[in-house]
Design a protein around this ligand. Structure first.
Ligand SMILES: Nc1ncnc2c1ncn2[C@@H]1O[C@H](COP(=O)(O)OP(=O)(O)OP(=O)(O)O)[C@@H](O)[C@H]1O
Length: 300
């Protein structure tokens, strides 16, 4: 990953703060299911936000991601009520190509996403299907290869790469479509710690250089809090907490109730630095907590 000028994502076409995805009273029951997997979801994701989604197993996170990509209801049978709007228009009113240009989805298991015999084909396949010109495909290929650090891997089979390389290819293939919104569903759950760090540093880089709208479903809250602006907690098919990062971890009762891991930074800050007199929140990110520590030491 280096710092060459990025090809702008179409995100630049949207104003900061404009609703990118609006989910209203969304209820979904899979065909044959005995309960709703989504049970009245309401949320708004704004353009250029980096949102983290956490929640216990089987709480509906993947189902929600599928609905925000339009796979639900398009590719699943079930009962759907409510709506998902992408940039102000019902997701069901877009065709598949339009949806692909607006929202990219990366799964936890990259193997499930791969369809090609080489990394290069994997990245260019979707672009060719969209009828994008050869020169432009070449430019996008160069761009994502550099961004995701895939130099030297283009001729290899995606199935023969390491877990971290596979996930970076999966992210690059989605990025090449230049979606305005990127959703990643547990992108590091199958990776070793070093590869996890690589994927999160790529996400951090995307946030800083491209200003995309990014939604990451992730159990690894330690890393998530370092990159996201806002967090949702999903439990029982509902959004039970929707808050900015600091406020989210100000609700430790809710996190404990749903067995969400609390980042070590927060545990440390709450026990060592929380100031019940000033009610000052010691912070969630390491940088903020270091700054609180320094202020506390200076005033001691
Ligand atoms: N294809 C499907 N058909 C029927 N039921 C499904 C299907 N996919 C998920 N479900 C059910 O929907 C509910 C929500 O599942 P979902 O995978 O969205 O949860 P999740 O929060 O992503 O879970 P995890 O963290 O374990 O991945 C669960 O009860 C699950 O069994």
């Amino acid at each position: 990953m280096t710092g060459s000028a990025p090809i702008p994502i179409d995100a630049s076409a949207t104003d900061r703060g404009e609703p990118a995805i609006t989910v209203t009273n969304l209820t979904w029951r899979y065909e044959g299911g005995d309960k709703d997997a989504l049970d009245g979801i309401n949320l708004t994701i704004r353009s250029h936000e980096f949102v983290g989604v956490v929640g216990p197993n089987e709480s509906g996170k993947t189902t929600l991601a599928s609905a925000m990509k339009g796979i639900i209801p398009q590719s699943f049978n079930g009962i759907y009520h409510g709506s998902v709007e992408l940039f102000g228009k019902d997701i069901r009113d877009y065709d598949a190509a339009q949806c692909a240009g607006l929202v990219g989805l990366v799964f936890s298991d990259p193997d499930a996403q791969f369809t090609s015999m080489s990394v290069e084909e994997e990245i260019t396949f979707g672009l060719e299907n969209l009828g994008i010109e050869t020169d432009e495909i070449g430019r996008r290929l160069d761009w994502v290869v550099e961004l995701a650090g895939l130099e030297g891997l283009l001729a290899k089979s995606p199935f023969e790469l390491s877990g971290g390389q596979k996930q970076r290819v999966a992210i690059a293939s989605v990025l090449a479509m230049r979606p305005r919104v990127m959703i990643l569903d547990e992108p590091t759950s199958m990776l070793d710690p070093v590869s996890k760090a690589g994927v999160f540093s790529l996400l951090q880089h995307l946030k800083q250089t491209l200003d995309m709208t990014i939604v990451v479903i992730e159990h690894n809250v330690e890393r998530l809090v370092e990159v996201c602006d806002r967090m949702f907690m999903v439990a029982g098919g509902r959004v039970v907490v929707d808050a900015d990062l600091d406020a989210f971890f100000g609700q430790l009762d809710a996190t404990a109730r749903e067995s969400i891991r609390i980042p070590g930074t927060v545990v440390f800050a709450e026990s060592a630095l929380a100031d019940p007199v000033s009610m000052r929140h010691p912070g969630v990110r390491l940088d903020d907590i270091v700054s609180t520590c320094r202020q506390t030491l200076r005033s001691a």
